[in-house]
Write a protein that binds this ligand. Structure first.
Ligand SMILES: Nc1ncnc2c1ncn2[C@@H]1O[C@H](COP(=O)(O)OP(=O)(O)OP(=O)(O)O)[C@@H](O)[C@H]1O
Ligand SMILES: O=P(O)(O)OC[C@H]1O[C@H](OP(=O)(O)OP(=O)(O)O)[C@H](O)[C@@H]1O
Length: 220
């Protein structure tokens, strides 16, 4: 990682990008015009700062680029960072956007007749197998996870499993699919994270960006 190379900030596509755009603006980070052009096939963009470039990647991949030092900073949901849980990732700033929760849900009829205290082994469809296994192992419950990448709410109705672990914001997706939330695993919001090696080797510019983005988030 050479000090002459621009720093790379990894941003996720999708809903977080919309929420963080005003924060970046307040922090004085201006991506080149093409960044906002949804039909552009480019993935890496200059900014108004010659020492900062932005890459646009899938939500979970922000953590991968960051962990391996291919990006020096990244913005991601705390759900993604918990699932990835990599020692090279340090996430010091809560951006106070992208609020939702990671929760266990199941069909309403099942919730009406069972007691979560009696769980000993569960089969769960989720995009978050590591967080799910850790959460249940902490209280002696074995969670057998089936990895899905979306539309998890279909799984109980089609007999894949009886429970899911997914993000819940308003609860309308669960409700529309006959499911109810039975247990919260974690509160979720978006975070600014840094690669620990980058923080050591280029502390000045990395800390400057962390401070600027952190202050811009507080000013919201
Ligand atoms: N309903 C929601 N309310 C608030 N924040 C959410 C909600 N769903 C997801 N998020 C946050 O936004 C992040 C990205 O979610 P989004 O749905 O945009 O991406 P995705 O489609 O799951 O990602 P990928 O590009 O990997 O398929 C999540 O990791 C979470 O932190
Ligand atoms: O409680 P709610 O307000 O209904 O929000 C929860 C939904 O939002 C997310 O899905 P998203 O819309 O990102 O679609 P996805 O399934 O493609 O991830 C999440 O996976 C839930 O399905």
């Amino acid at each position: 990682m050479s000090a002459n190379q621009p720093l790379i900030l990894a941003l996720p596509k999708g809903r977080i990008l919309k929420a963080i755009t005003p924060i970046l603006e307040r922090a004085g980070i201006e991506p080149e015009d093409d960044f906002f052009n949804e039909s552009s096939r480019r993935l890496q963009f200059h900014t108004n700062d010659a020492d900062l470039e932005i890459i646009r990647v899938r939500s979970f991949d922000t953590a991968t680029f960051l962990a391996f030092g291919a990006a020096h900073l990244a913005i991601a949901g705390s759900d993604v960072l918990m699932e990835f849980d990599h020692p090279e990732i340090y996430a010091p700033v809560d951006l106070n956007v992208g609020h939702c929760r990671l929760a266990v849900a199941e069909p309403a009829e099942l919730a009406a007749k069972e007691n979560p205290q009696h769980w000993s082994h569960l089969r769960i469809a989720t995009k978050y197998p590591n967080v799910t296994r850790r959460h249940f192992a902490a209280r002696g419950v074995q969670a057998e996870c089936i990895k899905l990448n979306g539309a998890l709410e279909l799984a109980p109705g089609l007999g894949l499993c009886r429970r899911i672990v997914d993000l819940v914001e308003t609860g309308s997706t669960l409700k529309a699919n006959g499911l109810v939330e039975v247990e919260q695993i974690a509160a979720v919001s978006s975070r600014l994270a840094v690669n620990r090696a980058a923080l050591k080797t280029r502390p000045g510019p990395v800390k400057d960006l962390v401070d600027r983005i952190g202050e811009a988030a507080l000013a919201a």
